[in-house]
Design a protein around this ligand. Sequence first.
Ligand SMILES: Nc1ncnc2c1ncn2[C@@H]1O[C@H](COP(=O)(O)OP(=O)(O)O)[C@@H](O)[C@H]1O
Ligand SMILES: [Mg+2]
Length: 239
Amino acid sequence: MLKVQGLRAGYGGPPVLHGVDIEVGAGEAVAVVGANGAGKTALVRAISGLLKAVDGRILKDGSDITAVPGHRRSEHGIAVVLENRNLFTELSVIDNLRLAESAGRRARHDKARFSLDEVCTLFPLVGERRHAPVGVLSGGQQQMVAIARALLLQPELLIMDELTTGLAPKIVKEILGVLNQLRARGMSILLVEQSIAIAAEMTERAYVLSVGRVIHEVRRGEWPAMLADKTLVKAYLHG
Ligand SMILES: Nc1ncnc2c1ncn2[C@@H]1O[C@H](COP(=O)(O)OP(=O)(O)O)[C@@H](O)[C@H]1O
Ligand SMILES: [Mg+2]
């Protein structure tokens, strides 16, 4: 599905990613964890085409998409929910969704497509507030709109940056419930998470990023051992 090889990228100055290799298999959920400033968002933005790769390659199903601009990556089955969500706050919920819906028509695959009605069923709150300007919604509701919008781009791979940070536990639970439904439908997921507990609950594997490098991989089935070793958790996430 997704292969990132030797990726170097930054925010215009010196690179903040120093040769990152990660992979997400078809239907797999993978986490990226790491301390603040590790470069998680830079990685998300580079995979989404919002930061230019200085070196390395990004492959989607074997084709090199490194040079594909951000606004065309949804055509390659990649959608992202950014940390700051990037919604049009003056527009209504439904208008935000419609913009994505029309962009999503250009998606090149036809499995597991989402309609406007379906995303409103997945997130009833989004449906109820469909005529409200996004700016008046709570952070949690806005996050749901951001996920709904990403789904309307008809992705095969959904990337989410700090999805649950700062949200009320009830909302987090609701959002994670939807992610589980997406996983059951075969969606591939790349989840950037501050909460190692959520990463462990929602994914099979994780990469630990530190100062722009993958310094550890939590392999399939290794989550319980990783979580049990508090020193390890502390070292990787706060070291
Ligand atoms: N807009 C920006 N311009 C320049 N440097 C940035 C910008 N955003 C983040 N950085 C720097 O890039 C590094 C990685 O940051 P970031 O990708 O946001 O990490 P994380 O998401 O893991 O917290 C940090 O050193 C941070 O200070
Ligand atoms: Mg970040």
